[in-house]
Design a binder for this molecule. Structure first.
Ligand code: 2YJ
Length: 268
């Protein structure tokens, strides 16, 4: 799993307006509206009574500068009552429980979760990222039902995305640098595994890129819609010129999706 670095998330708390206006242009919706859609809700929800504790976690590769603060800022922008705990780890967890937090957000290296303390369910970031970026793709593509959609990467996010997009009626093809992983998804979910990533990309207009790979613009179709959580994130000038939409942010779409989904567990 890709580890975020401080420079990737630098400025995340401050670029809300620009992300929302970019998404509005490409998808016609804000991060909050897309997160609600991904959680299956078709109306606005007031989250102001939802208390969210973000706990810095020092295990594994340790705290990432700016990570908790960015998560906190993302959650606040959804209108939730969020804060970062004073202490990290288990002490931070006790603080969140003592404060009566409704949701606890925390991440080590393999797992970033939103834990709903009332229902004792957790939402993981792989699902949140897959759902958030699938909703974005669906909106920017004017629906995916009956359309050919390519998922690049058969890892955790790609595996979730394949199921989500297939569930919405898309003809899903999947490709991975380790072809056997794509074949595995073909077997499990009845999607099409494609071996040659470059060939696959050059014939697909609708793409969800969940791989840590960079693709040259010559492979991108004219008017392509590329929803791309993958980091590193880079599209060259030709790709940007040809694509109708390239949807990306380092943290917000997946995190907002997790928080909204988690909050709704105990709000119905
Ligand atoms: O609490 C901290 O500051 C750190 N333990 C955060 C670790 C953040 N986690 C990662 O970078 C994971 N690899 C998952 C990131 C998912 C982003 N889509």
């Amino acid at each position: 799993m890709t580890r975020l670095t401080p420079d990737m998330i630098e400025g995340v708390p401050d670029d809300a307006i620009s992300l929302d206006s970019r998404l509005m242009k490409m998808c016609g919706k804000t991060v909050k509206q897309m997160s609600l859609e991904g959680a299956g809700v078709d109306h606005d929800v007031d989250f102001s009574k939802v208390k969210v504790a973000v706990i810095p976690i020092t295990s594994g590769m340790g705290v990432i500068g700016g990570f908790s603060k960015s998560v906190d800022a993302i959650i606040k922008r959804l209108g939730m009552d969020s804060y970062v705990t004073k202490d990290a780890d288990v002490l931070g967890f006790s603080e969140a429980i003592d404060d009566g937090a409704d949701i606890i957000m925390m991440s080590d290296d393999p797992l970033f979760m939103a834990y709903n303390t009332h229902t004792r369910q957790y939402t993981n970031n792989s699902w949140g990222t897959a759902m958030g970026y699938s909703v974005a793709l669906k909106n920017a593509a004017d629906g995916v039902d009956g359309k050919d959609v390519l998922v690049i990467g058969a890892g955790r996010v790609g595996t979730e995305a394949v199921q989500i997009l297939k569930g919405w009626g898309a003809n899903v093809a999947v490709t991975d640098i380790r072809f056997e992983r794509a074949l595995e998804l073909e077997k499990r979910f009845g999607v099409k595994a494609l071996q040659n990533v470059e060939e696959a990309l050059s014939v697909h207009k609708y793409v969800l890129n969940a791989a840590p790979a960079i693709f040259p613009g010559r492979l991108i179709m004219q008017d392509a819609v590329i929803s791309t959580p993958g980091v590193p994130h880079y599209f060259d000038e030709e790709a940007r010129r040809k694509a109708k939409a390239i949807i990306h942010d380092p943290l917000e779409i997946g995190t907002a999706m997790m928080a909204v989904n988690s909050a709704l567990f105990s709000m119905h």
